[in-house]
Design a protein around this ligand. Structure first.
Ligand SMILES: Cc1ncc(COP(=O)(O)O)c(C=O)c1O
Length: 355
């Protein structure tokens, strides 16, 4: 607290990102990063952009990142006018809260979901109401028929990993023709079907993607949204009132290269899916209850062991996973799917801890 702080800043409750420890030889399964490196084409593209003398860094990047929008458009069969790009999907989401979710009525999102959503509400003064997930932690579309100023949820949901079928999303869209429905598909490539296929039929749908997870580029900070051009224009208006150049030159070319390398994408995502399935079976064999996951993480609890204590015991063995001290989920651990070797080390450590 300081007398120099604005009233807005004093009232903020900022998001707490997962730890990025500086310790070496840690098995880091806490922030849903991809365990595999990005496509080698990313490095080639970045080196080419730098050139021998990096002279191009003198110049501002393309404020519209047209090259990246063209790559996204080609990949997803949409037009460039249906795409907004930003500095990580977190920035894209921030602009969405400001541009499309700040209305008279409260917006709706699940009680258990990405914990940045209430933070954006705090920052932009967006009123919200949380909708409890069902007992099995699934989203029931029937719960999203009450009057609202907008709807947002991740699919698969985070941190549960549970997937909502496209038909259920269409039900929510149809029940809310006058609200923007935002589907945050940060993890969709690990087991879901993208709702981008629905944007041409629903002018109230906005789908958000990130290159941080399935494209292994959390360090480059690139995300995008796909929806009706009128929704995209709203986001461009906010972006051009905030920072005209959210993506630097290296991020633009690196992201394009990653999106163009279909083989690398397919190989790494299939590897993550295969490891997730093995890890799920092994944890179940140790007595864990594991929610069905369509993401690159799993959400699991052990009926006889306290989750906080398990997280600490793993940490003592240099393995970090995420534990949320929140209602309904404080007995769960969220475990990012690592390499086979990392997951093996995790199950070995758990076997040791459980005795
Ligand atoms: C559901 C969800 N949405 C969005 C993000 C943000 O991703 P990024 O800002 O790296 O694109 C995350 C990150 O973990 C997430 O879990």
């Amino acid at each position: 607290m300081s007398r120099f702080w604005s009233r807005v800043v004093s009232a903020l409750t900022p998001y707490v990102p997962g730890e990025q420890p500086k310790i070496a030889n840690l098995i880091k399964l806490n922030t849903n990063e991809n365990p595999y490196p990005p496509s080698p084409q990313v490095l080639t593209a970045i080196q080419a952009e730098l050139g021998v003398d990096a002279a191009r860094l003198r110049l501002y990047p393309d404020p519209n990142a047209d090259q990246l929008k063209a790559a996204v458009a080609k990949l997803h069969g949409v037009t460039a006018q249906q795409i907004f790009v930003g500095n990580g999907s977190d920035e894209v989401l921030a602009h969405i809260f400001m541009a499309l979710l700040k209305h008279e009525r409260p917006i709706l999102f699940p009680d258990i979901t990405y914990s940045f959503y209430p933070v954006y509400c705090g920052l932009y003064g967006v009123d919200y109401r949380t909708v409890p997930l069902a007992d099995d932690f699934s989203i029931d579309p029937a719960d999203y028929t009450q009057p609202n100023g907008g709807i947002i949820f991740p699919n698969p949901n985070a941190p549960t990993g549970r997937l909502l079928a496209l038909e259920a999303i269409e039900q929510i869209l149809a029940a809310n023709p006058n609200s923007v429905v935002v589907v945050d598909e940060a993890y969709v490539d690990f087991g879901g079907i993208s709702a981008i296929s629905l944007v041409d039929r629903h002018d109230n749908l906005l789908v958000v993607h990130t290159l941080s997870k399935s494209r292994s580029l959390a360090g480059l900070r690139v995300g995008f949204a796909v929806g009706h051009p009128a929704l995209i224009e709203a986001l461009e208006r906010v972006k051009n009132s905030f920072n005209s150049y959210p993506l630097d030159r290296l991020a633009i070319v690196g992201a394009v290269a990653a999106l163009e390398d279909a083989r690398h994408f397919e190989r790494t995502r299939q590897a993550v899916i295969a490891t997730r399935n093995t890890l799920t079976a092994e944890l179940q064999a140790l007595g864990f209850e594991v929610l069905p996951s369509a993401a690159n993480f799993i959400f699991a609890r052990h009926p006889q062991h306290d989750a906080a204590k398990l997280a600490q015991a793993l940490r003592d063995r240099s393995i970090i996973v995420r534990h949320f001290k929140l209602p309904r989920i404080d007995q769960f651990l969220r475990i990012t799917v690592g390499t086979d070797a990392e997951c093996k080390a995790l199950t070995q450590a758990l076997r040791d801890i459980l005795g």
